[in-house]
Design a binder for this molecule. Structure first.
Ligand code: ZN
Ligand code: ZN
Length: 355
């Protein structure tokens, strides 16, 4: 006899795309009903990440359609499973870039589920352990395992919290991993969704922070975000003056560029961490590393434990993302504006506009 386990599902309003070359529009998706360890969240806001565009347009390959993007999710808990102890109906909650992992490998055991040896389950454009596609936050409701649900403080502006779930943790995690704080000279390259959070965190950790940008027009914003210094990278004399200056460079740029230009700015034992994903690989001159024992490293979002730590830190220090709120129907236009870098610094969808 063939036994098929039927998972009860419910229909949920969403916004997504049926194909890589299509516009985003209204969709109906199915979410599982609340299991014993699940938390059901009515989504109130969802941030718009540049990787939503890459995946919706299949620019990284392997996209699963139809796709409902969105992994900067905040909302209110409307139901919890029988075994859930840590979350209660009526509380605020968040969901970031991952909704499951193997939970047993070395990375998972260390609380670094984003590096799961068996592949983390992405919040969208992924397949869950039940074999079903995952759908993201451009929707009115999500059901997530309690282990991948985050507590969100009601002290902060909720819409501004949403981007912390990806842009926030992506910049917080490397600054923490490399123990950045007082006495460190830090450069943040690129002042977009990631960069502006990198500046806020590096300043909050006590570092001396410089924003490096191709555009002089960003100086006032950089200073307003708390940066102590600003330099235009197109100015060869300025770049020469900064040679060997920084202990740590957080490189958030996802446009194609030459890493060597920035490596030269590192002091002895300095580290540059890349968190952006340029389309074309950059070659690196060995002398730029050997010369001052410099390191080039990368970092990917953060684990659940660290994401919670970051959210708690933000609540304590009153840190949120600088945002522009949009309606769900404005998402296609928002994508075009992101591609033109015409956003300060993150779009956040008001999900009431989808109901
Ligand atoms: Zn993201
Ligand atoms: Zn794992």
């Amino acid at each position: 006899m063939l036994l098929i386990k039927i998972i009860p599902m419910k229909n949920v309003n969403a916004y997504g795309t049926p194909a890589a070359d299509a516009m985003l529009g209204p969709l109906s998706i199915e979410r599982r009903t609340v299991g014993p360890h699940d938390v059901q969240i009515e989504i109130l806001f969802c941030g718009v990440c540049h990787s939503d565009i890459h995946q919706a347009r299949n620019e990284w390959g392997g996209s699963i359609f139809p796709m409902v993007p969105g992994h900067e999710i905040v909302g209110r808990i409307t139901a919890v499973g029988d075994h859930v102890k840590d979350f209660k109906v009526g509380e605020l909650a968040g969901v970031g870039c991952l909704v499951d992992s193997c939970r047993t490998c070395v990375a998972c055991a260390a609380g670094e589920e984003q590096f799961c040896d068996n592949g983390m389950v992405g919040t969208y454009n992924s397949k869950g352990k039940d074999g079903l596609p995952t759908y993201g936050g451009y929707s009115t409701l999500i059901v997530v395992d309690e282990k991948f649900t985050l507590h969100v403080s009601d002290k902060l502006d909720l819409a501004g919290v949403a981007p912390l779930l990806c842009a926030g943790i992506t910049t917080y995690s490397p600054l923490r991993h490399w123990k950045i704080g007082k006495g460190h000279k830090v450069a943040v390259v690129g002042l977009g969704g990631l960069g502006h959070m990198g500046v806020k965190f590096a300043v909050a950790f006590g570092a001396d922070v410089t924003v490096l940008s191709t555009s002089a027009s960003k100086e006032a914003d950089a200073k307003q975000l708390g940066a102590h210094h600003f330099a235009v990278t197109k100015d060869a004399a300025v770049m020469k003056g900064l040679a060997g200056h920084f202990d740590f460079i957080l490189n958030t740029v996802s446009a194609n560029h030459d890493y060597n230009e920035y490596l030269q700015l590192l002091s002895m034992n300095g580290t540059m961490v890349v968190v952006g994903v340029p389309e074309k690989p950059s070659t690196v001159g060995a002398f730029n590393l050997i010369g001052k024992r410099r390191s080039l490293a990368g970092s990917l979002i953060g684990g659940i434990r660290e994401t919670q730590e970051m959210l708690d830190f933000c609540a304590e220090h009153n840190i949120v993302s600088d945002i522009e709120i949009i309606k769900m129907s404005e998402i296609n236009e928002a994508y075009e504006r992101i591609l033109r870098s015409d956003v300060r610094y993150r779009f956040v969808i008001d999900m009431a506009s989808l109901k």
